[in-house]
Unconditional design. Structure first.
Length: 984
């Protein structure tokens, strides 16, 4: 037992849970609090002594009363007399007095807090100040128990802070900054005018005086099941911590709010953020951002108002009337023009962002401790330059928000970006200015109320032209012709490369959509139907759809933005005439088909191909093997899929394909044993690990979603909009009913290019499931990126072969004495050795050339030496074998077939090697009419007749390797005439 351990009797006046809170708190705070209680135990204050004395008197009276009662039972029924009546009255009075003293003791205990260190002289500040916890020993002064307890949150804070002891000499103390105050009576209708009294440019911490304590039991409502923002999750992406919207399959759980909160030091706040950035929590964290969950319209929901933003609902309705739309469909923007609750567990929060347009924000913390990182407005340009240089970004107004970054203070300090850290306790309000970047995280469970607002005279929308994408809050203003807005594409020039490497949101993009941005990871929610359509389509909407990837979607299309929260309707709180921070329109069947087959879908697929090549740490499941135990394979696939469903866009796709395939195999297995649907026994057998994590209904929803996606056709899965883009989100497909899936498939059948796209998609799915390998895997991503998207899609289908394969259509002529066109029918089986069987084919070739993109010819072969700059191939060197599918002579005339002429059989023309859909990298060999670097020679190697590239001259590193195929091409792209005869 250490010197701070004391008897539990010292907690007798504390509220329930206070002892556990102290004993599980950080060491500094625990030592400080236990020291106070020990001193109090040794030197009891008059009130504490009075409590003890009263309790002793009550116990004595109760003992006497019990003796009298026992005596009466031994004699006759006891007749109450004046003495007994007086005794009962005394007991009641003493009990009431005892209860009153206990209440006062509880208030005093609630006011106990640990100290914080003094202000740093660096670029970072903290809003509160006192001695650090390390300064406190058991002999320090105790808080002043003589001071009257107050029911006010602020009074409690002030009492506790003023009572904190310090061993720092007065000459070394740094005075705490003066925190401005606003009385609670100055809030409500006078909120913005009270803020303006602090100064038109004021930002930072404000203390609300006279605010009553909040009872957590007032928060008795549950979020609607279809509410998106009920949890968040962290992940790493390129050594950067990001925070995304979670899927919260188990529903929102109200956290246990702390009885008391300790002011953290600046070092402790920074350490808290660093700990999250360095080792993000793996589990999802409860965090609700949405309409009020309180009973009976409490006062704290009426304290903050939108100020000048109150004109927005009226303006929207006026514009709707001008367009001929129903004005009742337009009104408040919840979370912007009306308050939102922010309720979260420790480490829940919001990434780096600023408010939209010119808006300001106010956030009143009512329970727990909330940490803010506030960027100095003077450092805005420096911050944006730093972030854009390191991470890229879009062209829209909220580009930084869409990155969902959770940034280390040390990184800001290194870039000389000025900021301060603020710890908001119950009764503290934080105000942010226009375009002021900030980041928020809950250090304990926390409850706050927040709103956007404008001060008097501030314009409703920015006067400058403001660019918005489909993920921005103000996209609705563009649709409704409000203000000076311009629609832009989501991706800015140069961002595609970043997106293509987004194979591991080592975070969350969304996704489908973390924390102060609207890009959320396409994470699903259980029992959550897609929100209904809001508003009506108009010309502004049509313009937006032409300029953006699509109309605005619900937050959960990418890792979302916990700050902007939900963009659909809240079933209980948001009627159809209201709009959250982003408009949510349910796409039509035609729009779903267009999003799945249009140009964006093809580009998305191309990014996945590049991501696959760039992904070195991706662990794919073993190919499905019917000889292996079925149940263990289902388990393996489900576990592997689950590892990736909460990562970035590409890994999420991998997880989706693997999981959906496992469900498909389970359905097939059930059908084979005569069951149309899996019974409970089969469910438990195949998906026991999944069932443990969710309810029965949630499990069936999970099964249904995977079936829906696979029923679209596995070849279309790589085209699904995993990110926040376009007219439809991932969830729109996932949560479609069977009838809607059938309608969508019928619509897709009308689109000519669907079959070709499906073939490419099926090939990609086969690669993920490791059923086949493909030629494009042997090509560097930087070369693939230069290909037109159509060429990339045609290339993805080309299966990689190690040996020639003979097509079923090839049949030997009657005079042939052999059954294969490449059979060695006479002489030695290998001209490189004398053995009857050998592995010369694995050792006879030099280092393989690289496939590179040559201007004007697309892909070709580039000689590669062991050491760059050296000779790659000497004259006569065997470079490689052209392989493909051997078909009958004259089958193809498409530039993808090479005639197979057997020199060992008097130049017998036995067939064609067709490389259109199968082959290896030598299918990219370009034609050269004269002075070609290599030629194709037939050679018997390792028991087969092979068409081999042989160097006709010395070839230096970096030179293109071409062959004269003996044909004329129009046009030709070499010095004399050149073309690609075996191109994709």
């Amino acid at each position: 037992m250490n010197r701070f351990n004391i008897m539990s009797d010292n907690f007798m006046d504390a509220p329930v849970g206070f002892e556990a809170f102290v004993n599980t708190s950080p060491a500094n705070f625990r030592s400080y609090m236990l020291g106070i209680l020990r001193n109090r135990h040794q030197r009891k204050t008059p009130k504490a002594d009075a409590i003890d004395q009263l309790q002793a008197e009550v116990a004595k009276l109760r003992e006497e009363n019990e003796k009298l009662r026992q005596a009466s039972t031994a004699k006759k029924p006891w007749d109450e007399d004046a003495e007994a009546t007086k005794l009962r009255a005394t007991i009641a009075e003493l009990q009431a007095e005892n209860d009153r003293y206990k209440q006062q003791g509880t208030a005093l205990l609630n006011s106990m807090v640990s100290p914080v260190s003094s202000l740093s002289d660096g670029s970072c500040g903290v809003a509160s100040s006192s001695s650090s916890p390390e300064d406190f020993e058991t002999g320090g002064e105790s808080p002043n128990y003589e001071s009257d307890a107050s029911s006010s949150l602020v009074q409690q804070n002030e009492n506790s802070r003023s009572a904190l002891p310090s061993k720092t000499p007065a000459t070394q103390q740094i005075a705490a900054p003066t925190v401005p105050t606003i009385h609670v009576d100055e809030m409500g209708p006078n909120f913005t005018s009270s803020i303006e009294k602090l100064g038109h440019t004021f930002t930072g911490l404000v203390r609300i005086v006279g605010l009553e304590s909040v009872d957590p039991r007032q928060l008795g409502e549950q979020p609607a099941e279809d509410w998106d923002l009920r949890s968040v999750k962290y992940c790493h992406e390129n050594q950067t911590c990001k925070i995304y919207l979670g899927d919260n399959k188990t529903g929102f759980q109200m956290p246990d709010f702390p009885v008391a909160t300790a002011d953290p030091s600046e070092a402790e706040m920074e350490e808290f953020i660093d700990r999250i950035c360095n080792d993000p929590p793996k589990e999802q964290i409860n965090y609700y951002v949405g309409p009020s969950l309180a009973h009976d319209n409490p006062r704290f929901d009426q304290l903050i108002r939108p100020g000048g933003l109150e004109q927005l609902p009226k303006l929207r309705q006026e514009k709707a009337s001008e367009r001929g739309a129903d004005p009742r469909m337009y009104g408040d923007v919840p979370g912007v023009t009306s308050p939102y609750h922010h309720i979260g567990e420790p480490m829940s929060g919001t990434g780096l962002h600023c408010e939209d347009g010119n808006l300001q924000s106010a956030n009143i913390n009512l329970l727990g401790l909330k940490l803010w990182v506030l960027i100095d407005p003077k450092s805005t340009e420096k911050l944006e330059t730093f972030i854009r240089t390191r991470y890229g970004g879009r062209r829209c107004d909220q580009w930084l928000r869409h990155l969902h970054l959770f940034v280390r203070p040390a990184d800001l300090r290194k870039e000389k970006i000025e900021f301060k850290m603020v710890a908001a306790r119950p009764g503290d309000m934080v105000v942010t200015g226009p375009r002021q970047y900030h980041m928020v995280v809950n250090m304990t469970a926390s409850f706050a109320v927040a709103i956007n607002f404008l001060l008097a005279g501030d314009p409703l929308f920015p006067e400058r032209e403001t660019q918005v994408c489909a993920d921005c809050c103000f996209v609705f203003a563009l649709e409704e012709n409000l203000g000076n807005f311009k629609g832009v594409d989501e991706c800015m020039p140069g961002e595609q490369q970043v997106a293509s490497q987004d194979s591991h949101i080592k975070a969350s993009r969304t996704r489908n959509k973390p924390t102060a941005t609207n890009s959320a990871t396409n994470l699903d929610r259980e029992n959550t139907p897609a929100p209904g359509r809001l508003g009506t389509t108009n010309s502004a909407t049509a313009v937006l759809r032409n300029k953006l990837p699509g109309n605005p979607k619900a937050v959960k299309r990418k890792p979302p933005d916990t700050h902007q929260a939900h963009n659909g309707q809240h079933r209980r709180y948001l009627p159809n005439d209201q709009l959250t921070k982003r408009q949510r329109n349910t796409p039509t069947i035609k729009e779903l088909a267009e999003e799945l087959t249009g140009h964006r879908a093809k580009e998305r697929f191309g990014r996945y191909m590049l991501a696959f090549n760039n992904e070195s740490s991706l662990e794919l499941p073993a190919p499905w093997d019917d000889q292996v135990d079925f149940t263990s394979q289902v388990y393996s696939y489900i576990e592997k899929g689950g590892q990736y469903t909460e990562s970035g866009a590409f890994r999420k796709l991998v997880g989706l394909i693997v999981t959906a395939y496992a469900v498909r195999r389970a359905d097939m297995q059930s059908a084979e044993i005569g069951r149309r649907n899996m019974n409970r026994q089969l469910q438990q057998k195949y998906f026991g690990t999944v069932i443990k994590r969710m309810s029965q209904q949630a499990f069936w929803n999970w099964i249904s979603r995977n079936r829906n996606l696979w029923s679209l056709g596995s070849g279309l899965l790589p085209y699904l909009p995993s990110d926040n883009e376009g007219m439809a989100s991932f969830r729109d497909y996932e949560r479609s009913s069977k009838a809607e899936v059938d309608q969508l498939k019928a619509e897709l059948d009308k689109i000519p290019q669907v079959k070709e796209m499906e073939q490419a998609g099926e090939a990609f799915v086969d690669r993920i499931l490791q059923r086949r390998k493909f030629v494009w895997q042997d090509i560097a991503s930087k070369e693939l990126e230069q290909l037109p998207i159509e060429a990339l899609l045609s290339l993805v289908k080309v299966r990689r072969l190690e040996e020639n394969e003979t097509d079923k259509s090839w049949q030997p002529l009657p005079e042939y004495q052999w059954q294969r066109p490449d059979a060695v029918v006479q002489g030695a089986q290998c001209e490189l050795c004398e053995a009857d069987s050998c592995d010369c084919i694995r050792r006879c070739f030099a280092k393989a050339p690289s496939v590179v993109y040559f201007d004007g010819k697309e892909l070709g072969l580039q000689a590669m030496a062991e050491v760059p700059g050296d000779m790659a191939y000497r004259k006569g060197t065997l470079i490689g074998e052209i392989v493909g599918r051997i078909v009958p002579p004259n089958t193809y005339n498409d530039g993808r077939a090479m005639n197979m002429v057997r020199e060992d059989m008097d130049n017998e023309y036995v067939g064609q090697i067709w490389t259109g859909e199968e082959g290896n990298i030598f299918r990219f060999t370009n034609h050269k009419c004269a002075n070609a670097e290599a030629e194709v020679k037939g050679k018997k190697i390792s028991g087969a007749y092979r068409m081999v590239l042989v160097a006709t001259q010395d070839i230096l590193h970096g030179m293109e390797v071409c062959v004269d195929f003996g044909q004329k091409f129009d046009p030709c792209f070499c010095e004399i005439c050149r073309s690609s005869v075996l191109r994709s």
